[in-house]
Write a protein that binds this ligand. Sequence first.
Ligand code: HXC
Ligand code: NAP
Length: 303
Amino acid sequence: MSSSDLLQKSFRAVSKCMLPKDTFKGKVAFVTGGGTGIGRAITERLSEMGASCCIVSRKLDVLDKTAEDIQKSIPGSKIITAAADVRNPDAVAIAVDKCVKDLGLPNIVINNAAGNFISPTERLSSNAFRSVIDIVLMGTINVTMDIAKRLIEAKQGANFLGITTIYAHYGSGYVVPSACAKSGVQTLHRSLASEWGKYGFRFNCIAPGPIYTKGAFSRLDPSGQFSDQMMNRIPTKRLGELEEISNLAAYLVSDYSSWMTGEVINFDGGELMSMVGEFNSLEKVPQEQWDELTAMIKNVKGS
Ligand code: HXC
Ligand code: NAP
């Protein structure tokens, strides 16, 4: 077995649910972008543990199909759908009204909806920048503000979770609108963790590295030529899996993490660490050459 096969095996994702089945019994989750990819996986995980979910995005047909699939595969689960563009606060308010009427006020809010694509920044129009920033940052603000105001009025606490990215910390070329917006989402969560702790709200984020979803990879690696490079710099030598991120998300919005707030958890198989370490590229130096290099260092005289 090659070392990469071994790594794959030793770091295999756990596909089972890590929390008790009734963790979210009686809870209501509001999940943006819940019809596809990571949002769908989180919706499935929360449903599996008893939450009723309201999934929200622009495409009602996609949401309805996801709701139907999950309700079929998880007996007793309840998922409602609401079409809304998170950029529009009035549309968000209508979606939240529907959630409140059919399920109740949310106890869990997953700000997962996003827009992104790779592009040299000088090619971007003002509208291209605005589209991504409005979806990611204003969308998160619209959802958070609308739901939080209702919860404050009702004196009900809740757990908020933002899905950001590892490049939200230090920025990244070629996805600049997304980098700007995602760091804003992290700042929003950290700020409100402090200001709104008094209302019984917790705010955390997951900053994932690459996890295969059609929505992300069709816009970030449309030709498929960048994925190998990406994989090679991830110390665990594989992409993340939906089952893994949904387990972490479930933990962060459950009472098992009740003293954790204002945190941003990197979830990337070590990719960020591998990119920031000054000498990490020495990984490429062959073992034989290390004898030579060590001898050279040991022979240094003086100073
Ligand atoms: C340059 C582009 C562009 C591109 C769109 N635009 N795509 N500019 N390069 N590839 C420009 C358009 O020309 C237009 O500007 C403006 O952006 C708005 O485009 P629309 O298509 O009208 O916008 P809209 O229909 O609102 O769609 C939003 C979108 C789209 C962001 C452009 O991609 C989308 O709907 N995405 C949603 C799902 C998604 O992105 N999922 C991936 C998340 S993955 P002009 O000036 O012409 O009007 C993710 C992972 C990160 O975030 C981390 C990975 C490791
Ligand atoms: P995805 O499947 O494309 O998910 C994006 C979701 O956002 C879609 O369901 C989309 O639904 C919804 N959405 C987009 N614009 C919207 C709008 N204006 N209003 C309402 N909903 C909108 O991609 P994904 O990979 O699962 O991404 C989910 C989250 O993970 C995003 O926040 C992304 O930045 C983050 N992330 C992903 C990766 C990765 O490698 N996959 C890595 C780091 C972070 P509609 O089209 O129906 O609106």
